[in-house]
Design a protein around this ligand. Structure first.
Ligand code: NAD
Ligand code: DAU
Length: 350
């Protein structure tokens, strides 16, 4: 069936994997990739599909309401998969306004444009909002986030994502806008910007730079390979029920320090270093303010209702990821030149 889909944030980490999957898997769909190309957006991520006949890139900013309306007036959009966001917690601590603008106002602009352009005729239409498990706050040593867990965001990033989730549900409830929403755990994989833990530490190990572990290193995250997230988005977009929320995660919890040690071991092997060499780079530094202690997703609903589960183990996913970074030094050099250096100096000054 022919469809025109607007994917926002498609030049970013997760978005580029979603765009690739949809362009390759659905040749009858017209895929519009809308992205402002902030520091985190990079068209190099999509070199392999940039000339595909069913793919169009649109450089636009979701905070520009008039520009977004124009896009909805130009194209006959059937579905939106909304990933564009400011996504890094540390940046939200130093510059919360950018998160309010993009994540809250930008999402509202998309909702308004979809509502106006669909004019109450919602047959075959769908607004998919991609969100995070961080909206649920922090867990103690046990328990999981369920779809029914009350929201309790703790950082400016998670507060802005929580606000955007509320707006999506409110438009569904008030105007009947057909939506689905997913809350996913920490992703890792190729094309991840090296400000986040895994790609930052791979890059630093390779360059023999200190590995800045926040606080006591015993914070816990639940890691999912990015392609498995993209597969889940495909499944929820096509088979999820209107108005429903699905949690996505890999039942794969790691304390940061244990994950960092595993990365060091694997990097020693791959770089032909003596065992224990990279671990000497571990350096405990000042904690992130308001740092959430533990995240863990219960992904039972998406498995039992839609049949989704991860396709790779953490070991396999990490191997693919490390190999990708080691084989794509040029990509790393491009994204770590310029502004990245000043961000790094400021973030890790102490
Ligand atoms: P990312 O930072 O790698 O990419 C974000 C993309 O959005 C970039 O291409 C950027 O250019 C674009 N963008 C930013 N501001 C924009 C604006 N104003 N207008 C248009 N485009 C803009 O982020 P990511 O890690 O790929 O995350 C994508 C989405 O998934 C986000 O909504 C994030 O909250 C959510 N999410 C991420 C994770 C994770 O672990 N990375 C987990 C769960 C949910
Ligand atoms: O849970 C989903 C979220 O995961 C997404 O919504 C966010 O967009 C994504 O950035 C990610 O947020 P985190 O804050 O969990 O990811 P980050 O990679 O920044 O940090 C992971 C853990 O590692 C966290 O406990 C902080 C710690 N950390 C991170 C960095 C960058 C360090 O100890 N040192 C570091 O230098």
């Amino acid at each position: 069936m022919k469809k025109t889909l607007l994917i926002t944030g498609g030049a970013g980490f997760i978005g580029s994997h979603v765009v690739r999957l949809f362009v390759n898997k659905y040749p009858d769909y017209q895929i519009l990739n809308l992205d402002a190309l902030t520091y985190a957006g990079n068209l190099e991520n999509l070199k392999d599909i940039e000339n595909a006949p069913n793919y169009t890139f649109i450089k636009a900013d979701i905070t520009d309401a008039a520009g977004i309306n124009k896009i909805f007036n130009t194209y006959n959009i059937d579905g939106v998969i909304h990933l564009a966001a400011e996504s890094h917690v540390d940046r939200s601590i130093t510059d919360p306004n950018a998160f309010i603008q993009t994540n809250v106002m930008g999402t509202a602009n998309l909702l308004n444009a979809a509502k106006e352009s669909w004019k109450g005729n919602f047959e075959g239409k769908r607004f998919y909002h991609v969100s995070t498990d961080e909206v649920y706050g922090s867990l103690g040593e046990t328990g999981f986030f369920l779809e029914t867990t009350p929201y309790d965001p703790q950082s400016p990033y998670s507060a802005s994502k929580a606000a955007s989730d509320h707006f999506v549900r409110a438009y569904g409830n008030t105007y009947g806008l057909p939506f689905v929403l997913t809350n996913c755990s920490n992703n890792y994989g190729p094309n991840h910007f090296p400000e986040k833990l895994i790609p930052l530490f791979i890059n630093n190990i390779r360059n023999n730079k200190p590995l800045p572990v926040y606080g006591d290193g015993k914070y816990t995250r639940d890691w999912l390979y990015v392609v498995d997230h993209a597969r889940a988005i495909d499944m929820v977009f096509h088979t999820g029920k209107n108005g429903e929320t699905y949690n996505i995660g890999g039942f794969n919890e790691w304390q940061n320090i244990e994950l960092v040690k595993l990365l060091c071991t694997k990097m020693d092997e791959k770089l032909g270093r003596e065992p224990g060499t990279s671990a000497q780079l571990i350096s405990y530094i000042k904690d992130r303010p308001g740092h959430d202690r533990r995240y863990a997703i219960d992904a039972t609903k998406i498995k039992t209702e839609l049949g989704w589960e991860p396709s790779v183990t953490f070991e396999q996913g990490l191997d693919i990821t490390i190999d990708w970074y080691l084989n794509n030094q040029e990509w790393l050099d491009h994204v770590t030149s310029g502004n990245y250096q000043s961000y790094y100096q400021k973030q890790y000054a102490h």
